[in-house]
Design a protein around this ligand. Structure first.
Ligand code: NAD
Length: 252
């Protein structure tokens, strides 16, 4: 019997894999047997070391996802290096904090471009390759609690992550019949660069911690199980969900 969470022989393309949640997901997929193509602006040395410790293949592709310019190259390089992309994890994302009343167009566009626009067009480019050989695949978007809630002082982030939940459902509906599962993970509050400002604010930090039933911030490794599950054949009949991994935050 095949172990249904086994990703041996699969290739996973993970954006923003040099640090934080993207690194945690890349390492978990590697530990489940997948080769990793790590995409991002910065050095992937640490992620490469961790993935190679898991004994799987590793490649990196340098790309800045603030525009669509690198999209076709990313997919061409990934396919040339590995033969096929079976799993796409759209993890790269940024956040800008300011009161809505003073929020700038730049902070709106920068966040929407990385979090939503590039995610859509990279998904489209990868899905075309998945459809071309009719082998299907898995696309996992990294959403947020702000896919469900409003938040404060992060208007473009909330818009992008709420939009990403809708986009996940739309792509799931269009591509399910092509053998492509599109789903999302909504991380709660995790210890990464993204939340550094919150964790450095004693008031906001203790308010957040006090609301998490699990009583602690998430560690990037806490996302691994959900990512492996959604990337595996165990999730073949799951389409369009946004799976919270949040220490119970949304249950509160
Ligand atoms: P992080 O800042 O540590 O990582 C963000 C990653 O995105 C980095 O690898 C960064 O290089 C990459 N990235 C950003 N802009 C890019 C660009 N223009 N081109 C290429 N790569 C780019 O933060 P993180 O917390 O690990 O964030 C990862 C994802 O998780 C993001 O989409 C974020 O919105 C989401 N998220 C994080 C939390 C949390 O609590 N940390 C909660 C919910 C959702």
């Amino acid at each position: 019997m095949t172990f249904s969470f086994d990703l041996t022989g699969k290739t996973a393309l993970v954006t923003g894999a040099n640090t934080g949640l993207g690194q945690g997901i890349a390492v978990a997929l590697a530990q489940a047997g997948a080769s990793v193509v790590a995409v991002g602006r910065s050095s992937m040395d640490e992620t490469e070391r961790l993935c190679r410790e898991a004994g799987t293949g590793f490649h990196s592709v340098q790309a800045d996802l603030s525009s669509l310019e690198p999209i076709e190259r990313i997919v061409t390089d990934a396919v040339t290096l590995t033969g096929r992309v079976d799993i796409l994890v759209n993890n790269a994302g940024i956040i800008r904090r300011a009161d809505a009343i003073a929020f700038t167009e730049q902070d709106w566009d920068d966040v929407m471009n990385v979090n939503l626009k590039s995610t859509f067009f990279l998904s489209q480019a990868v899905a075309r390759t998945m459809m071309a050989d009719e082998q299907g695949g898995k696309i996992i978007n990294i959403a947020s609690l702000l896919s469900f809630q409003g938040g404060i002082r992060i208007p473009s982030y909330t818009a992008s992550k709420s939009g990403l939940a809708g986009l996940t459902r739309l792509l799931a509906c269009e591509w399910a019949s092509k053998g492509i599962n599109v789903n999302a993970i909504a991380p709660g509050y995790f210890v990464t660069n993204n939340t550094e400002a919150l964790r450095n604010d004693p008031k906001r930090s203790s308010e957040i911690l006090g609301r998490i039933p699990a009583g602690r911030w998430g560690d990037p490794a806490d996302l691994g199980g959900a990512a492996v599950f959604l990337a595996s054949s165990a999730a073949n009949y799951i389409h369009g969900i946004v799976l919270p991994v949040d220490g119970g935050w949304l249950a509160r």
